[in-house]
Design a protein around this ligand. Structure first.
Ligand code: P1T
Length: 385
């Protein structure tokens, strides 16, 4: 079925980028598990394909599907979320400056500060919950503003529209890591961003069984430049992974509805718990950017962050006791996960910066899955008893 932007999200999730296989009628896009394609004469290829690093039909279907879900013209897929992030940074040259949202995934922080810094690209951390700070930090060297919202792990919500305006005024492009929201809950391109980045490992994959990343853009020139790096650097996903992600996007909307519903119930339950100092969830009225979340998101997502009374000892006790929640890094799968960012996902962030952001020993991050909410709440209750 040919889809258009007029179709609803669920219809696009299931059909965009996919046609029944022309040779057999198979409804699912085949896994074109091949590295190369035979040519009839040197340089004369059958269709569009010559070598799978450059392009592969299964990957093309996924790229088109994700582009449709983000309301973009082009999708590009990569071997991981950080690989996708690195490809965007390759748009920059030595001497350029990036404004990086101060709270991001630890691996993103490490990539900017420890890999691209060596290539002469300067990173300045900015608390983007106040978009005026972006304007203040811009100068003629600033070429890219990198936003993550909601942020990992403190769940700050950043006004994409206002930050994009500030960046464009200063002549920079804007990339938004939309991993925590997923394309179902938030579409940064429609809010003014130039590039959307995903770790498809998370909600897009949704089953904790594959690692991948994606970029989605509208601009022809930015697309050509990113595609050139994709081909030249070669951090492309495996064909099997492309198939798994394509299978997963078909249920993204249904899963996200349940993630949101369960996370709200968990956040409300934990808000009333005596062992907890603070609960952060964009759907709670107490969240400092709740109004921005309401404005730019269709739901508040599946991530909940809590601050336990009693610091490391209390966190360790809870994390060792959970039975349904799995103590593990990552997020966005159907199964609930729980983790300790200071020791696990954000250990590579310098202690001083962690302290400034409030990534303390009492901070615990929950990825609320789609199990029965009552069972999840009972598990949290017994782990905090
Ligand atoms: O793991 P990878 O697919 O390379 O994705 C990196 C990444 C990018 N952006 C965000 C917002 C992320 O959360 C991640 C990965 N995060 C975890 C593994 C985690 O547990 O937070």
């Amino acid at each position: 079925m040919k889809t258009s932007s007029n179709h609803g999200f669920g219809t696009r999730a299931i059909h965009a980028g996919q046609q029944p296989d022309p040779t057999t009628g198979a409804i699912c896009t085949p896994i074109y598990q091949t590295s190369t394609f035979v040519q009839s004469s040197p340089g004369v290829i059958k269709g569009e394909y010559d070598y799978s690093r450059a392009a592969n039909p299964t990957r093309d279907a996924l790229q088109d599907n994700l582009a449709s879900l983000e309301g973009g013209k082009y999708g590009l897929c990569f071997s991981s979320g950080v690989a996708a992030t690195g490809v965007v940074l390759h748009l920059l040259s030595s001497g350029d400056k990036v404004l990086l949202c101060d709270d991001v995934y630890g691996g993103t922080n490490r990539l900017f500060h420890r890999v691209f810094a060596q290539l002469g690209i300067e990173t300045v951390l900015v608390d983007m919950t106040d978009p005026d700070r972006v304007t203040e930090a811009m100068d003629e060297r600033t070429k890219l503003v990198w936003v993550e919202t909601p942020t990992n792990p403190t769940l700050k919500v950043i006004d994409i529209e206002r930050v994009s305006e500030a960046a464009h005024m200063g002549g920079a492009i804007v990339a938004v890591d939309n991993t925590f929201a997923s394309p179902y809950l938030q579409n940064p391109l429609a809010l003014g961003a130039d590039i959307v980045c995903h770790s498809t490992t998370k909600y897009i994959g949704g089953h904790s069984d594959a690692i991948g990343g994606a970029l989605i853009v509208n601009d022809d020139e930015i697309h050509q430049r990113l595609k050139f790096v994709q081909l030249s650097e070669g951090a492309v996903p495996g064909i099997m992974e492309c198939f798994l992600f394509l299978r997963s996007t078909k249920t993204l909307h249904v899963r996200m509805d349940r993630h949101c519903e369960n996370a709200m119930k968990v956040a409300e339950y934990l808000s009333g718990h005596a062992a907890i100092e603070k609960v952060v969830y964009p759907g709670l009225k107490s969240h400092p950017q709740h109004d921005i979340a309401r404005k730019q998101m269709r739901g508040f997502g599946g991530m909940v962050t809590i601050y336990l009374k009693g610091g490391l000892e209390a966190s360790r006790k809870m994390l060792e006791r959970v039975a349904i929640f799995g103590l593990a890094e990552s997020l966005g799968g159907v199964e609930s996960l729980i983790e300790h960012p200071a020791i696990m996902t954000h250990a590579s962030v310098p202690a001083e910066q962690r302290a400034k952001l409030g990534i303390s020993d009492g901070l615990v991050r929950l990825s609320v899955g789609i199990e029965d909410a009552d069972d999840l709440i009972a598990d949290l209750k017994q782990s905090l008893a």
